[in-house]
Write a new protein. Structure first.
Length: 191
């Protein structure tokens, strides 16, 4: 019997099904940043917190922070390493950031301080999200959850990730699949 070939879902969004058992992921939309045979890593992109980025700038003693960036909310990125900040950002050939890696064409992820300093001065990437924590899955775990109807996948777009307001991201993602989110929220189970 030939083993199944692995298909990476990096660059896809995981839309949490209404019946997902893990309360950390209820009503979340997670961008898969890396997915291989050893496991997966992603960040939740639709859960802003009450905390603004100003607190991060103050902790890092970045006193020349731009007004716009200071007031942007920090997002909840996932339950793993919730004290670690990650910046999901648009890629730019003229401007490279330390330790950024490509999530999908045009979108990268980093945890390096150089990008935080640039954002604080208003000279960072064109579009970005700052989140604390990430979501992680061990080898085969995500595949098991997908088979168990915990998630639906949808291809990510720059517009969905950066331009769609957080409160509308689930609805917009579901509509890309032809699903009305209001009705989707009451449906669960296997077909």
């Amino acid at each position: 019997m030939k083993p199944e070939s692995f298909e990476s879902l990096s660059g896809n969004l995981l839309l949490a099904m209404p019946g997902i058992a893990d309360p950390f992921f209820s009503r979340t939309l997670t961008l898969l940043c890396e997915h291989n045979e050893d496991g997966a890593m992603g960040v939740v992109i639709n859960q802003p917190t009450e905390v603004s980025l100003q607190e991060v700038f103050e902790q890092l003693e970045l006193s020349d922070a731009s007004t716009e960036a200071m007031h942007r909310p920090i997002g909840y990125g996932g339950p793993v390493s919730r004290d670690q900040g990650f910046i999901l950002h648009t890629a730019n050939d003229e401007q490279k950031w330390a330790s950024s890696f490509e999530v999908m064409k045009g979108i990268e992820l980093t945890a390096s301080q150089d990008i935080i300093e640039a954002i604080s001065k208003g000279s960072g990437p064109d579009k970005w999200l700052f989140v604390l924590g990430y979501a992680g899955w061990g080898a085969g775990q995500l595949e098991t959850e997908l088979a168990g109807d915990s998630w639906i996948t949808v291809q990510a777009t720059e517009q969905l990730v950066f331009d769609t307001p957080a409160a509308e991201k689930l609805k917009a993602s579901a509509s890309r699949l032809g699903i009305e989110f209001g009705r989707f929220a009451t449906i669960s189970g296997s077909a």
